[in-house]
Design a protein around this ligand. Structure first.
Ligand code: GLV
Length: 307
């Protein structure tokens, strides 16, 4: 089977993926062959031979003109940028990356952020910089109400991890119950929604106003879920206590952006859950083998829902 690997990968990253995928495919699909878009464009590989594409946030146009493409397998969990490419072949199934190792990493980050917010560790960090020695009241985990937005693989893993730690966890999905009453009862909101036209800008002034005073927000999904000006305004007027942000409208977060130096914002460099090449390669190999054998494909995106 001829495979195309496309994405914005640095040379070191590309080599790591090739070696992890090569190892995973050696037993699952020994006849697999690799190529890049450049191989196709220069005629070294016939475009009609390519049957599956493995993509990591590929530049728009990467998958055009491949008449026999039968699967687009993303190495990224979020496929918002992939689906926004107007040249993406219409009838070809798209699979998201659903990797238990990535979900576990995401659950760890959610747990760290919630623990740090619950116990006031970000506030202690600020006080250290100010040279202030002061304890604050300590509460039990079960007194802290956490709302996890998104109940996919990552939202479910984060919710389970937080519940196991004793937090009072609730989950919300977009097609479920109304959001406002859930927000009114939440002290910490963890966003793990997919980015779709229905969720873009969901975390806006009305959303923040629906949270009780002193609530905190943890965004581990996509920057475009948040209206930055509204979040900054809610933090600055003291309605929100803190925001932990892993994702941004523009990445890397531009120098001088107000988030960088804001005392009530913790910035992470889109590192809440990196794709682990070793485990992700096994997920890809299993799906390619299913394709080869005509078996059902896993983790398919519903294009009309956009995730
Ligand atoms: C990372 O943000 C991903 O979608 O995999």
């Amino acid at each position: 089977m001829q495979l195309l690997l496309a994405g914005e990968l640095e040379p070191g990253e590309l080599r790591r993926w090739q070696s992890a995928l090569g190892a995973a495919l050696a037993s699952a699909l020994p006849a697999a062959r690799w190529c890049t878009r450049e191989d196709v464009d220069r005629g070294r590989v016939d475009a009609a031979a390519v049957q599956a594409a493995i993509v990591a946030n590929p530049p728009p146009g990467s998958l055009r003109g491949l008449p026999n493409l039968r699967l687009i397998q993303s190495l990224w969990a979020g496929v918002d940028r992939l689906l926004a490419d107007p040249t993406l072949p219409a009838g070809v199934p798209v699979a998201r990356m659903v990797d238990p190792a990535m979900s576990a990493a995401m659950a760890e980050t959610a747990l760290w952020a919630v623990l740090a917010l619950h116990r006031g560790f970000f506030a202690y960090q600020r006080r250290q910089r100010e040279g202030v020695w002061r304890q604050h009241r300590q509460r039990r985990a079960d007194e802290v109400r956490v709302l996890v937005l998104g109940q996919g693989a990552m939202g479910a893993a984060a919710g389970a991890r937080l519940a196991a730690q004793g937090y009072a966890v609730e989950g919300w999905r977009r097609d479920g119950s109304p959001l406002a009453p859930r927000l009114a009862a939440a002290e910490i909101v963890v966003n793990l929604l997919p980015l779709t036209p229905a969720t873009r800008g969901l975390l806006d002034a009305a959303f923040f106003a629906a949270l009780p005073a002193g609530a905190s927000v943890v965004n581990l999904a996509r920057g475009a879920h948040v209206v930055d000006a509204d979040l900054l305004a809610a933090l600055d007027r003291g309605h929100l206590r803190h925001a932990v942000l892993d994702v941004f409208h523009v990445e890397p977060l531009p120098a001088g952006h107000p988030y960088w130096a804001h005392p009530r914002v913790t910035v992470l460099p889109h590192a809440a859950a990196l794709t682990d090449e070793r485990s992700a390669a096994a997920v890809v190999a299993a799906n390619l083998r299913a394709l080869h054998e005509g078996a059902p494909l896993a983790h398919l995106v519903q294009r009309e829902r956009q995730y």
